[in-house]
Design a protein around this ligand. Structure first.
Ligand code: CO
Ligand code: ZN
Length: 328
């Protein structure tokens, strides 16, 4: 487990459409490992590991962007109103901090409310950067911000902001590092704007025109108090997607992943996610259709500033993909 790398990835700035910082970090890491590396027109980073020839074109995708907020209005006294970039929940953000691209830090707080039994709406929240007036505010309308929260390792668990989906980026980097020469060309796509429109993976997949695409992302768990029943638990192995609210995994891809897990004796879980989807949903719909699937890392508290995963699940996900590509 390379805790330093995961820390660097999770703490980097990258709300949807503003992935420059995280992209530069990943580009530096993957450039010496890949045969070629490029950035496509919307900003996704692609690292190609060329095959020995005669194989297929396969995409492995993880998204670089993270949920965040964007300033919509600066009040006379310098308080910032904002909208969501991706699925943020007002319940988990009050009292937290955000960081803007220029390093400005703000506190998320909430107006006085009459009824404390209700969860505040996004419209009732504001960001305080310590400004005294509109003119004094260091950020303008349209400025994106990311949540702040450090990474902590506690026994087998990792707690951090933005494990969705920097842990997927981590998996792709490690698979690329461990990849042996095979016939297939593997395109490692670090996509943009997954949290809002899935547009980065969609356009990268169109350009690459692959025979198969696999997303690596987080998925929810059913193992917390009064959770929605779900047959995925943290610490019980990678989850192989069968269906989510955006797609049905292609049976051939699903079975290819299950066969790899069984071959290597890797514990795995069957994933049906009732709310949410991944880049795979967009990639399967390009051109005439691309058989697509997903390997998920079970994650508690997705889209809160403190997401939690199990280190063993992370390492087994890497092992599963390396096995799938390198049948011994
Ligand atoms: Co997400
Ligand atoms: Zn994600």
């Amino acid at each position: 487990m390379n805790l330093e790398l995961l820390t660097q990835l999770t703490q980097a700035f990258g709300p949807p459409g503003h992935e420059e910082e995280i992209r530069a970090i990943i580009r530096d890491i993957v450039s010496p490992l890949a045969d070629s590396v490029w950035v496509d027109p919307l900003g996704s980073l692609v690292a190609l590991k060329k095959g020995t020839g005669g194989g297929k074109k396969i995409i492995l995708a993880a998204h670089m962007d993270e949920i965040g907020v964007m300033v919509t209005y600066v009040e006379e006294k310098g308080f910032l109103r904002f909208t969501r970039m991706g699925g943020i929940n007002p319940l988990t953000h009050v009292g937290g901090r955000v960081r803007f691209a220029d390093g400005t830090v703000g506190v998320i707080s909430v107006e006085r409310r009459e009824d404390f039994s209700k969860v505040p709406t996004l419209e009732q929240l504001y960001i305080d950067v310590g400004a005294t007036s509109r003119e004094d505010a260091p950020v303008k309308v349209g400025a994106p911000a990311a949540f702040m929260r450090p990474l902590v390792q506690q026994g087998r668990r990792i707690i951090s902001k933005t494990l969705d989906d920097r842990v997927g980026c981590y998996v792709l980097i490690e698979v690329l590092r461990q990849m042996q020469a095979i016939a297939d060309d593997i395109y490692f796509v670090f996509s943009v704007q997954e949290e809002v429109t899935l547009s980065g993976a969609r356009t990268s997949a169109y350009k690459i025109d692959p025979d198969m695409a696999v997303a690596v992302d987080v998925t929810g768990t059913g193992d917390t108090p009064k959770a929605l029943p779900m047959a995925v638990e943290m610490g019980k192995g990678p989850a192989i997607k069968i269906q989510d609210s955006g797609m049905i995994a292609h049976p051939a891809v699903r079975d290819w992943l299950i066969a790899a897990a069984e071959r290597a004796g890797i514990p795995y879980q069957r994933e049906i996610l009732l709310g949410g989807s991944t880049d795979a949903a967009a990639m399967q719909l390009v051109r005439g259709g691309v058989p697509s699937g997903c390997v998920s890392i079970p994650c508690r508290y997705i889209h809160s500033p403190s997401e939690m995963i199990d280190i063993e699940d992370l390492e087994q996900t890497i092992h599963l993909l390396v096995t799938a590509f390198n049948p011994a």
